[in-house]
Structures are given as C-alpha cells and as structure tokens.
Design a protein around this ligand. Structure first.
Ligand code: MN3
Length: 246
C-alpha cells in the first residue's frame, strides 16, 4: 500500500514552471528553490465521485466540507511542515515515515505535525476510496472475516462497538497482520501504520468517527452513522486492500 509518497507530486513543479512562463526571467536559483518546495508538496486528492454520491447515508454538505475544508487543512499544514524536514524525509513513503515516526531525527513539533496532519492526509485519502454505494461483500476478505470473527454480523458488531467506544475523535479500523484480521481504534489522526500506536497492522477498512464526519446529519448519534457506513462501504476496495497483505 505504498500509494502515497511524500514526494509524489511532480505535477506541481511542471504547473509552477508553466505559470511562471518564459517571460518571468527569474534567476535560476529562485526557480529551483520554488520547484524544490513544490515537488515535495502534497495536493488534495480528488474524491473520484460527486459530493452527493453517498446520499442519503452521508450527506452532500458533510462530504463537501469534510473534503474541501478538513482534508485540505491537513494537506496545507503537512506541506508547511515538510518544507522544514525534507532533508530527513527525502524520498520515503508516508507509510515508511509512519513506521519510523518514533526514531526520526526531527523536532517534537514536526513529529506531532506528521502524526496529526500526515495522519490526517493519509487517513482521509484512504477513507474516500473506501466509500461507494451498492458494492458486493465477497472475495477473500469476506471469507477471512468469517474465519476470524465467526460471521459478518459478529464483525460488524465489533466494528460498530470500536467506533462507539473510541473516546472523542478518532478512527475505527479493520487491520490485517499477515492476513489475520482484527478490529482496533486509534485516537485523533493516529493510524495502525504508526510506530507510536499499540494497534499496529495494515488498514483494510477505516471509519472516521470525528464529529465533523457525521454531525450535520446524525448529530450526537455516532452509532447510527456507524451502522449507515455499511451502506456506503466499498467492499471491492476493501478486498483489494486486504489482498496486498496476504
Ligand atoms: Mn475527518
């Protein structure tokens, strides 16, 4: 699951160059300084579907604000942090940086930003891909959910409980450790890839249980939102996520 790179974004460099144009006549070193920062920066990924595509289970306004305001803010703050630590981060993938978070030679403030804003960016990028109506629960993942939890109902029950019992903001996860499935939760924007968590594994399914993810439609009823999640979970994507861990 090395789908998000710290230095993924070469398009920004090209865009910046095009924007400046040949008439800009910038000194070479100024241009290369801009390009360097830009090439290390992340962009908000497109949702890949309309903001109202998950209605009535997740409403259009929530999706729009969640994607364009909340996720964008994580991306912006992450980019601000990366400017200062790019020599340490280099070409590492986000996943590798999460795995090395405890031992990276960066300031505590930068670590905290990677945890919150890097985590926020990764978690939401992962989450958007997991949302689609009317997909069929089938394949290896479903087979092994039955193997590891006894039944689909038992798994869903456990996952909903994890969503509810995460105090304050956080995420509920289905994770894989070499194929073995378990349900965990993490606070804030932590995720199971981070060295600082006790619930390590590869995320297969994740549910954002921050109030910003559901409050407009569900208010305080997080349990109803967690139940509605099954109607918009993209099982095909979840199965793909799982197959990479076998
Ligand atoms: Mn969120």
């Amino acid at each position: 699951m090395k789908n998000i790179k710290w230095s993924q974004n070469r398009r920004s460099f090209i865009k910046t160059g095009a924007l400046l144009g040949t008439g800009a006549l910038l000194a070479g070193n100024t241009l290369s300084a801009i390009a360097k920062v830009e090439s290390d920066s992340h962009e908000l990924p497109p949702l890949g579907y309309a903001y109202n595509a998950l209605e009535p289970f997740i409403d259009e306004q929530t999706m729009r604000i969640h994607h364009t305001k909340h996720h964008q803010a994580y991306v912006n703050k992450l980019n601000e942090t990366l400017v200062n630590i790019k020599d340490v981060i280099g070409e590492k993938s986000m996943e590798d940086v999460f795995a090395e978070l405890s031992t990276l030679k960066i300031s505590d403030a930068a670590k905290s930003s990677i945890r919150n804003n890097g985590g926020g960016h990764w978690n939401h990028s992962f989450f958007w891909k997991l949302l689609k109506k009317n997909t069929l629960a089938q394949g290896k993942l479903v087979e092994n959910i039955n193997r590891d939890f006894g039944s689909m109902e038992a798994f869903k029950d456990l996952f909903e409980k994890a969503s509810l019992s995460q105090f304050g903001s956080g995420w509920a996860w289905l994770i894989s450790n070499g194929g073995k499935l378990s349900v965990v939760s993490t606070p804030n924007q932590d995720n199971p890839l981070m060295s600082i968590t006790t619930n390590k594994g590869v995320p297969i399914i994740g549910l954002d249980v921050w109030e910003h993810a559901y409050y407009l439609k569900y208010q305080n009823k997080r349990g109803e939102y967690a139940k509605a999640f099954w109607s918009v979970l993209n099982w095909e994507q979840a199965d793909k996520n799982y197959l990479t861990t076998l």
